[in-house]
Design a protein around this ligand. Sequence first.
Ligand code: ACM
Ligand code: ZN
Length: 559
Amino acid sequence: MKRIYLSLLMFVALAGNFMATAQRADYNVIPLPKEVKTDSVNSFVLREGMGVYFDATDAEQIRNAQFLCEWVEEMTGIKLALAPQDKKAAIRMTIGHPADKKLKKGETAPELTEQEKEAYVITVGKTGVDIQARFPVGHFRAAQTLRKALPVVKNAESVELPYAEIKDEPRFEYRGVLLDCGRHFFTVDFIKQFIDVMALHGSNQFHWHLTEDQGWRFEVKAYPNLAPLGSVRAETCVGPPSAGIYDGTPYGGYYTQDDCREVVRYAAERYINVVPEIDLPGHMQSVLHVFPHLGCTGKPMPVRTYWGVSREILCGGNPESMTFLKTVLDELCQVFPSKYIHIGGDEVPKDRWNKCEKCQAKIKELGIKGDPKHRFHAEHQLQSYINKEVEEFLAERGRAIIGWDEILEGGLSGNSIVMSWRGVKGGIAAAREGHRVIMSPNVYSYIDHPQLKDYGKQPRTTDSYLVSASKIHSFEPLIPDSLTQDQQRLILGPQVNLWTEHVAYPDHAFYQLLPRLGASSEVQWCLPEQKNFEDFKKRLPHLQKIYDILGVTYCRQVE
Ligand code: ACM
Ligand code: ZN
């Protein structure tokens, strides 16, 4: 009897102990903050009903305080109160950074990098939690870190926050994720969830691939038929195109301009910029379906029903092509405030242009002859001519263009940004020419590819090479072996790309994204010396618990 009683006591003590440790926060989250100093002994106890102080005259701070309360409740069940009147509340969000010295009269503050604008410091001590940041975006980043640090407990009465000082800022100013909504259409509700998941990982650029041979998804008011007709393909190829198997089912969907504005608004509240892409002058078969006269042959054609690269591109010699592009881009600029507009430029076969009278006449008129030294043909320079026209048009509207690395071929003007996808060589060449670069090399960044060596263990997708989480995690975007320090400063940051030829459903999209976005987030935020994949794997199960709370699918195995 006594022994049983003792064991029972021991069980209760152990369970109590387990509960106590289970309810402690751990600040070693994903992405790992730059500096985490913790006290292993002392903790601040956060309880139901405690307050969050912030400046209630600032709409962003109100929203960020609400987010923090929402996330604390989601993780622990603890309900905090908004307490803008109480400077002594348990959690205090204030503007300012301890690294900044007080300015004397007449002194101006040094210019901040984009990363410094996002910096934050979290200090946990006897009186509670101080969140300091130069701007509300820093409060938001800090709140995400606290969210991920909290234990997952149902209806906790309290949780322990070990005393700590956490200092953090992102490594790169541009931290992107592409979603291809051309090959498959994803609803606005799904895109909001996708944006929430991006924000959880600290990404800040949603690259929205809106147009494709297989579907035009952006409403253009000047061309009321374009989206309704250009977004619908008669059927979709299933399996490899060579097998010739089609599902026989029409497929479509497009975003109204109001939908797009709603996505922009939702993303901005989560400090994510939406970079829209109109892929030109290739990947436009859906346009030629609606406007055959804009193609070199003028012949009618369907919205493409299978994958791969189409030869049917916009005619480079027809002045109406430029009118079309400018009309579309003008409306795009009215909907998307992004300082970057992506103009595609990838995979533009020149077969049609080689044989088109209008294109050849334009080449003559421009006096372009190709550049054999660089292996550029006149047709490459015709594409450059289109890029430059578009670039100037967008510059007048205060925007800079981003293009896939093909835009380097045939010459490129200085303000353009190159997105390197065919490996890193395009990015290296661009930085050496003085262009800004986003690094998105396929072998490290294409998350439409398999993440596990055993392809049979995952849903079928683009399968020519493996892009495992460890491969993504190992990527170093600055390519220090090939670029000088000045050239490295032109690398704005990395991006992962979710192409969707074989990804038609939300669950599959999240499976492709997660946890590889976790691996990418450490490339986006952490210094190379901080990155350790074995350690990442130890921190991952906690992040997976948050994926579970959010109800998103993810790959459970990590290689
Ligand atoms: C691309 O993957 N065609 C940019
Ligand atoms: Zn032509």
